[in-house]
Design a protein around this ligand. Structure first.
Ligand code: KG4
Ligand code: ZN
Length: 342
């Protein structure tokens, strides 16, 4: 079965052709450079940029796959969660193409799809699998079953892990997106220089909290510079030397990674899943990969290109949905910025 998958939930416009569990094409047009000048994603700008590139991106995905509309069995699209204006562009494009080309439609949950990207690799998960999904908007530990139901085991109560990387990068003036910038700066840093706390959510809890960690970095900067960087307009008014930035980045990264690893160990011990998958943008993080593999060597990390937003992962989940007849219609498909179910 061949699926054309479309993704536009945040600042990547993407389309892919997925045939069963293999990727025939995976085209991603990133807006990161456009948003970097604002220090984060500007929703209005994101939506407008999607409109400009979505049709060429879709056409390119078909061309790169060496296929044509006759061979495409269904169209899948991210219906949520995400930025409403951005989601709408993908959903409207998918609906229009479904009508014109007379193809069935599948509406896909972006967060679920991050975990299902693992089926596109050689190391395929087995159900039930535990997924740690760590992105710019979400930090979730879930258990996915063969019948495509899921149980959420733990979530962040405040900032998402990626959001914490992005906010701390801003405080350290490392630019956007913050995750890669923090890991790069951390390479030359001393991770024991600053003792940043990880939230203790209680023995039984699998939830996360990252806002205290971010505040601890902020207070440390205030102590060093005398400026309160909580007021973003003041970030420009202080300077930190390279050594301090590297040490803070390394100390922050160590704390954030250890919070993620700690709860994954707990969830694995409690639910004994057949597989563990780590996905989402933060799963690109090298320290997270190393620390997780030390304690859970079986954990499957999807390759970086499938960790950050892409349409291949949307196609991967859509294939599983099609096998269970989970199709939608042009009339009932709508964008939902806070979607939780499949
Ligand atoms: O999954 P994703 O591409 O988009 C969302 O669905 O949010 O994740 C983006 C997030 C950003 O917060 C970015 O800073 C983070 O993933 N990220 C990283 C790394 N690469 C990207 N965080 C930590 N280390 C990285 N190497
Ligand atoms: Zn994502």
């Amino acid at each position: 079965m061949n699926i054309l998958a479309i993704e536009s939930s945040c600042d990547e416009t993407a389309a892919a052709i997925i045939e069963d569990e293999s990727i025939r094409s995976n085209v991603i047009s990133s807006q990161a450079e456009i948003h970097a000048q604002y220090g984060g994603v500007v929703p209005e700008v994101a939506a407008r940029s999607h409109i400009e590139v979505i049709l060429p991106v879709i056409e390119q995905s078909i061309k790169e796959a060496g296929t044509n509309w006759d061979e495409i069995d269904a169209i899948a699209v991210t219906k949520g969660p995400g930025l409403l204006g951005s989601l709408l562009i993908g959903v409207m494009s998918a609906k229009t193409l479904a009508l014109i080309k007379n193809k069935p439609l599948i509406g896909v949950n972006h967060i679920w799809a991050h975990g299902f990207a693992a089926f596109l690799t050689d190391n395929k998960p087995e159900f039930p699998f535990l997924a740690l999904t760590v992105s710019g908007g979400h930090t979730t530990l879930s258990l996915y079953q063969q019948d495509l139901t899921r149980k959420v085991l733990g979530e962040t109560l405040d900032d998402a892990a990626g959001e914490a990387f992005d906010k701390v990068a801003k405080l350290l003036k490392l630019g956007y997106p913050g995750g890669p910038a923090i890991s790069k700066a951390a390479m030359s840093g001393d991770d024991s220089k600053y003792k940043f706390p990880i939230a203790n959510m209680g023995k039984d809890s699998l939830d996360f909290s990252f806002s205290g960690l971010k505040t601890a970095v902020l207070r440390q900067i205030q102590q060093i510079t005398g400026v309160n960087p909580g007021d973003v307009s003041l970030v420009k008014s202080y300077d930190l030397n390279d050594k301090t930035v590297a040490d803070m980045a390394a100390s922050f990264q160590k704390a954030a990674v250890s919070a993620l690893v700690k709860n994954t160990i707990k969830a694995n011990a409690r639910y004994k899943p057949k597989s563990i998958v780590v996905g989402g943008g933060v799963a690109c993080n090298q320290l997270l990969r190393e620390e997780m593999h030390k304690v859970l060597p079986q954990a499957i990390f999807v390759p970086p290109v499938l960790c950050t937003d892409n349409a291949a992962m949307i196609g991967s989940l859509a294939i599983k949905m099609a096998q269970q007849d989970l199709y939608t219609t042009v009339n009932s498909l709508s964008a939902n910025s806070s979607l939780e179910d499949i």
